[in-house]
Write a protein that binds this ligand. Structure first.
Ligand SMILES: *[C@@H]1O[C@H](CO)[C@@H](O)[C@H](O)[C@H]1NC(C)=O
Ligand SMILES: *[C@@H]1O[C@H](CO)[C@@H](O)[C@H](O)[C@H]1NC(C)=O
Ligand SMILES: *[C@@H]1O[C@H](CO)[C@@H](O)[C@H](O)[C@H]1NC(C)=O
Ligand SMILES: *[C@@H]1O[C@H](CO)[C@@H](O)[C@H](O)[C@H]1NC(C)=O
Length: 416
């Protein structure tokens, strides 16, 4: 029979005028052969499987008899193995061995809403992932008082700290403070200060390169971990508030916009810093410039830390004289979130003397008239579709020597 079918197959293959019927017959014959050889295969496979099973059962039995620890292989062991792989302490073990979860509710809402302690050993990648989480449920299962996150990006200490402490006093329920310093700098303040234990895990920053934009993202991500923070202000060690806390809080929390300066500078200081390698993701007419000191909503903060694609282009193609901190956020917002941005900054600065750096104000420059001019700016600006003259809530740059005259003027001129 096999011989016969072989002959027929050969014959059919050689026949150039294969009719439909012949094709079907060929398929039938080939099928028969496959069934036949399968039967042969199956019997040998069955024998092999039986041998394997016997060996396996014998192995398990031997293991059971010889290993007294069989019964202790548990979830604990898996968490240990998992932890070893990640190079971390086993989290589950830590919690149960110190009995922390017996005295503290490890899954309590409080622990999720805001971190109990700002210190952590998350990598930037882990931090951003955690901070980018957004609840799907509309509304909150707790009374949420929106807070303003004041994020200080400093090299070392905050020379104007006493002024800020006076500004914050009595409003503890409405703000959070975050301080990013140079790596290794210990931000040492007295335990009764609102700045105490508010330093976030900080890394090395070079002013002018992408590590500065990295630090901004890191600061923002740390502040996003607290679900009660709603507005996010980036400040430097030389910034001061020019209004009292209630005015700043109301201005920010009631605003329908973010405040990121964003403009199209067609000179070599703007478009001149654009690299054509960014095409087609970023085109030259989408390129924007703006001051680094931003004020944004929570929703926008999540978008900014979550973007990798466009940030990567800046990391790769924006080097001095291109500065990522002056172009990345203004360009990204212009491309994707233009309608929610006011395109102006809330931090006053004086560029009138020209040069690469704005004016730094020292002790002798601080007068009542000087501060009042910043508070009631001569040009009006837009706020929630209305024209007002409160354009700036903060100002820079102030030298440490400006502290004393500022403290002397604060209650009389700035309202705190
Ligand atoms: C599993 O964990 C327990 C408790 O930590 C330990 O005594 C046991 O040796 C572990 N077993 C294995 C197979 O690693
Ligand atoms: C936060 O935790 C770190 C260790 O993780 C500890 O050294 C520090 O004292 C804690 N800070 C506070 C304010 O509890
Ligand atoms: C800010 O500029 C964008 C274009 O980048 C524009 O769409 C938006 O309307 C501007 N915002 C305001 C408040 O004018
Ligand atoms: C600030 O004060 C210094 C020292 O008195 C002076 O040289 C400088 O011109 C002043 N700057 C401004 C902008 O008034």
């Amino acid at each position: 029979m096999i011989n016969n079918s072989h002959k027929r197959k050969k014959m059919l293959r050689n026949n150039n005028n294969n009719s439909k019927g012949e094709k079907e017959e060929l398929e039938k014959l080939t099928g028969q052969q496959q069934v036949y050889s399968f039967k042969k295969d199956a019997s040998s496979k069955l024998i092999r499987l039986a041998i394997c099973l016997t060996v396996f059962i014998a192995g398990v039995a031997t293991g059971l008899v010889s290993s007294s620890q069989w019964s202790t292989v548990s979830l604990e062991n898996y968490s240990k193995i998992y932890a070893t792989v990640r190079g971390r302490d086993p989290i589950i073990n830590k919690c149960s061995s110190t009995s922390r979860c017996e005295t503290v509710d490890c899954l309590s809402l409080d622990n999720i809403i805001q971190p109990y302690n700002l210190s952590h050993d998350l990598s930037d990648k882990e931090l951003v992932w955690r901070a980018s989480m957004v609840p799907k449920v509309v509304g909150y299962p707790f009374k949420r008082v929106p807070k303003v996150a004041f994020m200080f990006l400093t090299r070392g200490p905050l020379p104007l700290l006493p002024l800020w402490e006076r500004f914050f006093a009595g409003h503890e329920a409405f703000f959070s403070i975050y301080v990013h310093t140079q790596a290794g700098f210990v931000f040492d303040v007295s335990p009764d200060s609102v700045f105490f234990a508010r330093q976030v895990p900080s890394k090395e920053v070079s002013w002018g390169d992408v590590s500065l934009a990295d630090a901004e993202k890191r600061l923002l991500a740390n502040a996003l971990l607290d679900f009660t923070n709603e507005r996010f202000v980036l400040l430097s060690e030389s910034c001061i508030p020019v209004y009292d806390f209630q005015t700043v809080y109301k201005y920010l929390t009631e605003s329908t916009h973010s405040y990121v300066e964003s403009y199209d500078d067609k000179t070599r200081f703007g478009r001149g810093r654009y690299d054509r390698h960014m095409r087609p993701n970023i085109m030259v007419d989408e390129w924007r410039k703006g001051a680094q000191w931003f004020e944004i909503t929570r929703a926008l903060g999540v978008e900014i830390i979550s973007d990798n694609k466009y940030y990567h282009l800046f990391r790769k193609y924006c080097h001095p004289p291109c500065f990522p901190d002056e172009h990345y956020i203004p360009t990204y917002l212009n491309k994707f979130h233009a309608s929610g941005n006011s395109n102006r900054t809330l931090t006053w600065v004086d560029w009138s003397l020209g040069g690469p750096h704005p004016t730094t104000f020292v002790r002798e420059n601080i007068t009542q008239a000087f501060i009042e001019n910043i508070r009631n700016y001569r040009n009006k600006c837009w706020y929630n579709s209305k024209s007002i003259n409160v354009c700036y809530l903060f100002a820079r740059k102030f030298a440490p020597s400006a502290l004393d005259p500022l403290l002397d003027l604060s209650s009389k001129v700035m309202g705190f």
